[in-house]
Design a binder for this molecule. Structure first.
Ligand code: GDP
Ligand code: MG
Length: 442
């Protein structure tokens, strides 16, 4: 995917306001990206329409290309849809103890696991006293499962009484929660393999006796469209107040989150990121947006570039690079830019596919301290020397190194780096416009 969007960058390297053609080209790719991320077709369509309206005619920040600018607009819009207005992710209504929380969903979606994860979180982060009760009378093993998890995380579970029906268990949980001074009691309902009348009637009956403060639907995020249908069904029949998407640790791209939000309008509260009891996180729209776009943190990179890169400087530099010119002044600017963007390692971390390289750079000791030293070396050169580093002979080198408080060997390393970059620029210059971005995206 990043290759595809990289292609968009290549084609859109000219500057100025976004033309309709720019936007159309970029959005065609974004649409495919959305569908690949398992966003439903109507949602993708509607989304693209909204972005198109915002993007056409928008001014392009000078230091980024129109393609990057479109991605940024798409990214912001994704966040807006994912967050919604009533989002408040990570928060549950649990005032007026004992507050009932009803957990619903299909079998295997992760209800029982998520019940325990949430209970642990409420206890540890909010200092709440929590009682958990399993209403899964169809599978005795399911009741055991919750009891075992409760022991593991140090949260009480309602004692199991054989032969009770779910409504009776819910009533007993309510009584017990009141008597025991619990802040919250959680009802983990039984699931089915698919939506059926019996299941719905059962959950409805439980809802009516418990009168839950929150009704949380737990769905497998990997099931994409099915997750959305499940949510619609449960919401129509039971009424849900929020959603937890599980298995977001898998390689699903999070498109279900967008469809879920757009179609049901229900806030996504948490995401499950694994089987362990700590693997539950607050739903973060910006992270999911980045994941849907599959762009690493390229959006963050664009944002940083917007904030720090002087437009004219960048343009001048691009022109020089395309001619294969790259002297010490250029290197200095690059080094300073790198410092602003969080150093070499920080910058590479943000580029898709370059995380590993960033680690190597870190291990090789190319850090901020080194960037600072290199800048100091360039600063102790004369104007002529900066523009023509090839004139540096032994005596000049000694003077420059001394001026920066460093060794000649340090200066030699810098010179080597400048020569390599200069060679690289020449090669890229030959590849034509956009070549640089293409290289960076690989
Ligand atoms: P329930 O039938 O809805 O109660 O589902 P369970 O809570 O029993 O979960 C079914 C399986 O999914 C279990 O093996 C869980 O460990 C696993 N599971 C639950 N949530 C997650 C998650 O966020 N990520 C992963 N990888 N596995 C999960
Ligand atoms: Mg269960």
């Amino acid at each position: 995917l990043s290759e595809r969007l990289g292609g968009v960058f290549d084609r859109l390297t000219k500057q100025g306001a976004l033309s309709e053609e720019d936007v159309r080209t970029a959005l065609r790719e974004v649409r495919v990206a959305l569908l690949e991320a398992d966003v439903s077709l109507p949602v993708a369509r509607q989304f693209i329409k909204a972005v198109k309206k915002k993007a056409t005619g928008a001014a392009v920040t000078k230091s980024v290309t129109p393609g990057q600018q479109v991605v940024k607009i798409v990214h912001d819009e994704l966040i807006a849809v994912l967050a919604g207005e009533d989002g408040d992710p990570g928060k549950l209504k649990i005032d007026n103890p004992p507050a009932p929380i009803l957990m619903v969903g299909l079998q295997g979606g992760g209800k029982t696991t998520t019940t325990a994860k949430l209970a642990k979180r409420l206890r540890e982060r909010d200092g709440k006293k929590v009682l958990m009760a399993s209403l899964d009378v169809n599978r005795p093993a399911a009741m055991e499962q919750l009891a075992i998890l409760g022991q593991q995380i140090g949260v009480d579970t309602l004692p199991i009484v054989k032969g009770e029906d779910p409504v009776a268990i819910a009533k007993r949980a309510k009584t017990q929660a009141g008597l025991g001074g619990y802040d919250v009691y959680m009802l983990d309902t039984a699931g089915r393999l698919s939506i059926d009348e019996e299941l719905m009637a059962q959950v409805e009956a439980v809802r009516d006796v418990a009168n839950p403060r929150e009704t949380i639907l737990v769905v497998d995020g990997l099931t994409g469209q099915d997750a959305v249908h499940t949510a619609e069904n449960f919401d129509n029949r039971i009424g849900i107040s929020g959603v937890v998407l599980t298995r977001m640790d898998g390689d699903g791209r999070g498109g279900a989150a967008l469809s879920m939000r757009a179609i049901t309008g229900k806030p996504i509260k948490f995401v499950g990121l694994g089987e362990k009891m700590d693997a539950l996180e607050t739903f973060e729209p910006d992270r999911v947006a980045g994941r849907i776009l599959g762009m690493g943190d390229i959006v963050a990179l664009v944002e940083k570039a917007q904030a720090t890169l002087e437009a004219e400087q960048a343009e001048r530099m691009m022109k020089r690079f395309q001619k294969g010119q790259f002297n010490m002044n250029d290197l200095k600017m690059q080094l300073e830019q790198m410092m602003k963007m969080g150093g070499m390692e920080g910058m590479m971390q943000m580029m898709p596919g370059m995380g590993k390289m960033a680690k190597q750079v870190g291990e090789a000791g190319i850090d901020d301290g080194m960037l600072r030293q290199q800048i100091a070396l360039i600063q102790s050169m004369t104007k002529t020397e900066r523009a023509n580093p090839q004139i540096l002979q032994a005596s000049r080198k000694k003077r420059i190194a001394r001026g920066a408080g460093l060794e000649v060997s340090d200066l030699n390393k810098l010179l080597k780096m400048q020569r390599q970059m200069s060679d690289m620029m020449k090669k890229m210059g030959k590849m034509g416009k956009g070549g640089m971005m293409k290289q960076a995206m690989r």
